[in-house]
Design a protein around this ligand. Structure first.
Ligand code: ARG
Ligand code: GLU
Length: 697
């Protein structure tokens, strides 16, 4: 008995220690399949990805290039996060129809709302094309020569791939360019809004609760994919019909408990898991702090103005969420790296790496990598910060500067490529209209006063707001009229343009080129380092960094201990929503209807075994930005939840996955169903789904 126990413990430790990783769905057979089984999965690799038969992957759609979504009915019903559909919900909202505040529910298909520029993309097939992509590449080539040879090879691959006419193809580098994979895809462009809870459910807890647990956010929204009469991708048309998917996810009513297998299937955007210690140090001690400061300065103004005015609140909702989201994530990332001692650990790892190089006689090939990293980063730090700070001011936080930044590009065209003037002007006018749709000059001026001192303290002059044409869309468009000479002349007379131009010029002529040059050297070395790691330490497991391609990550439902003597249970309940409720608060208000349902205990079939409505749960799935909206899938392939966040201390998992404290946060699908059915009264949507009971035999 004792003997058995020890073995058990050993296995358990091994399994937790091995967790993490975002795996390529076409390569799960073998190691991943075994590991998934050991964690409780009943799925085979082919259940997840199969080219010849329908499989789970056919239900997973890349949502507008930045989030994930999944099909949950035979009629193309699509589930994603509230924060993923936020831009669409906002764009249909007005003071009269405030869907952000009140929610939106289409009670039949004719009420579903079309969305310009929204698309969902499915993966048809994944092929390893490394040999072809790297054909003809030699060590004697410069980085530039290598890249242009690779680009040529990829062009050939794109041209010659076997695919249907309505399908698309793209090739992407993996393992820092040591491998290449080709994706055949199908892109649907008629995606309509079906339902969204009010923000007081879909964004409950807002920024205070963002990136933290315990969490009580019903972060979901519903869309529907429409296709042409042949069930193929098509632009919006009223004649389109609901899409019949190759696969859709059944929805489990049986929920989860600690230790249950979970898999998250989606499109993680970007990770950097193989950085040298010196890079982690630069990012968390220099780079992040400077960008955090700029966003904090912007948010101070935006938050105050949003609270003061409903019109500003609606206009700035998406912008504020975008700015605040990364701001808080970076703070958590810095915290987690510090708390887990990640830099020292990475240094210790590098000692082991050097030892392995020596033992395997690889020093002559790779012995210089680490010292070179030290040197490159020392030389890269300032320019990396300067460039990103520019972007934070001229592209993320301040919109007057953003408009001048874009206008500068028009001036360049007017001066150098007048034949393109018309095309670029049209694009710019559309851009300016887009900005002005949600622009408030007073707010923007406040932001300017707060952020500009952090970029260029010697040159802050907000008087430009009273003189420029850019703060008024009609005047701004007028400014851009006429022939090339006129455009140049008028632009250079504008006060804001005059003010911003030297900084923009510095960016284009000095900052960005220097950054690109140094960054390229780092990327090349990182590619060599990746190869060296795999050769020197071949028994470790290497998953490719996230690159917005479809990945599988898996784990188990687990709580965690954020600090001494504190343990977070993995499941939160509706009771917690009520505990957090602050009447009238912009973050923690709760809709009356939800309070009524709670008081009446009108929970339907959506409770846990304890009679409570579950809201969110935690897992050890290794996720990142882009995994938002990804389905959490049970051991049998059913939907149990919707990924939407990570815990604060765990956001460092983009650089350093630590199974002790890295957790992803999911909405329990029963909360989604409860809100759709009981809160919204949209029972027809529930009827459209396939509800299953995998745990009741
Ligand atoms: N932190 C989550 C993600 O990275 C959710 C963001 C949306 N919520 C918010 N309060 N901004 O994107
Ligand atoms: N909320 C994130 C997203 O929009 C997912 C959370 C994360 O970064 O893990 O993709």
């Amino acid at each position: 008995m004792k003997y058995l126990k020890i073995i058990f413990l050993f296995i358990a430790v091994q399994v937790t220690a091995q967790q993490g990783g975002m795996w390529i769905p076409s390569l799960l057979e073998g190691m991943n399949e075994q590991e998934m089984t050991s964690l409780g999965s009943k799925l085979t690799a082919k259940d997840i990805y199969d080219v010849n038969n329908s499989s789970l992957k056919d239900a997973i759609g890349h949502f507008n290039g930045g989030c994930t979504s999944e099909v949950i009915s035979t009629e193309g019903l699509l589930l994603t996060n509230h924060h993923c559909g936020f831009g669409q919900i906002q764009s249909h909202s007005s003071l009269e129809n405030d869907y952000l505040k009140d929610g939106f529910w289409a009670m039949n298909k004719s009420e579903e709302l079309p969305n310009e520029d929204l698309y969902v993309e499915f993966i048809v097939r994944i092929d390893d094309v490394t040999t072809k992509a790297l054909n003809g590449i030699t060590d004697t080539m410069t980085e530039r020569e290598k890249q242009s040879a690779i680009d040529k090879n990829i062009n050939e691959l794109n041209k010659n791939v076997a695919k249907e006419t309505w399908q698309d193809v793209k090739v992407k580098p993996f393992y820092k360019g040591n491998q290449y994979f080709l994706f055949v895809t199908e892109k649907f462009e008629d995606i309509r809004l079906v339902g969204a809870p009010p923000s007081s459910i879909g964004k409950f807890g807002s920024d205070t609760d963002n990136w933290v647990f315990p969490r009580h956010t019903g972060d979901f929204s519903l869309f529907r994919i429409y296709a042409d009469k042949n069930n193929r991708p098509a632009k919006y048309s009223k004649d389109n019909v609901p899409y019949t998917p190759k696969h859709f996810l059944p929805v489990s009513l049986d929920g989860i408990e600690e230790g249950d297998f979970t898999m998250v299937f989606g499109f993680p955007g970007r990770t950097n898991e193989y950085l040298p210690a010196v890079a982690i140090q630069h990012i968390t001690q220099e780079f992040n702090p400077s960008n955090i400061a700029i966003r904090e300065a912007a948010l101070k103004e935006i938050d105050a103005q949003m609270k003061a005015s409903d019109a500003v609140r609606i206009k700035y909702a998406s912008k504020q969420a975008r700015i605040a989201n990364a701001w808080k994530k970076w703070i958590g990332e810095n915290l987690g790296i510090k708390k887990s001692n990640a830099i020292a650990e990475r240094r210790a790892f590098e000692v082991a790496f050097k030892k392995a190089l020596k033992e395997k006689d690889l020093e002559k090939n790779y012995g210089n990598i680490l010292p070179e990293f030290e040197q490159l980063y020392a030389d890269f730090a300032d320019i990396n910060i300067k460039r990103r700070n520019f972007i934070e001011v001229f592209s993320v936080t301040n919109e007057l500067m953003q408009m001048t930044f874009r206008a500068y590009q028009l001036e360049q065209v007017a001066l150098n490529k007048p034949e393109k003037l018309e095309e670029v002007r049209t694009a710019l006018v559309n851009r300016l209209k887009g900005i002005h749709k949600n622009f408030d000059a007073t707010v923007d001026k406040g932001v300017f006063n707060n952020v500009m001192p952090l970029y260029n303290p010697t040159k802050v002059d907000a008087s430009i707001y009273n003189k420029t044409s850019f703060t008024d869309i009609d005047k701004a468009i007028q400014l851009l009229e006429g022939d090339a000479t006129k455009v140049v002349e008028n632009l250079n007379k504008d006060a804001a343009y005059q003010y911003a131009k030297p900084m923009i010029e510095e960016f284009y002529t000095k900052i960005d080129p220097e950054f690109q040059y140094k960054n390229q050297a780092i990327a090349a070395l990182q590619k060599t380092y990746m190869k060296a790691l795999m050769e020197a330490l071949p028994n470790a497991r290497y998953f490719p960094d996230a690159n917005s391609t479809l990945r599988v990550t898996y784990g188990q439902v687990r709580g965690y201990s954020p600090r001494d003597a504190v343990y977070y249970n993995p499941v939160s309940y509706l009771d917690g929503v009520i505990e957090k409720y602050v009447p009238g608060d912009y973050e923690f208000d709760v809709p009356q209807k939800l309070l009524d349902l709670y008081d009446a205990k009108d929970f339907g079939q959506y409770t846990d075994t304890n009679g409570k409505v579950p809201v969110c749960f935690l897992g050890t799935n290794h996720t990142t930005g882009g995994n938002s909206g990804s389905p959490a899938i049970d051991a049998h392939g059913n939907l149990i939840g919707l990924n939407f966040d990570r815990v604060w201390e765990g956001t460092m998992s983009d650089m350093n996955y630590d199974p002790e404290i890295c957790r992803n946060i999911m909405v329990d699908v029963r909360y989604v169903l409860f809100i759709v059915d009981k809160y919204a009264g949209a029972k027809h949507l529930i009827d459209e789904m396939k509800l299953v009971h995998p745990k009741k035999k």
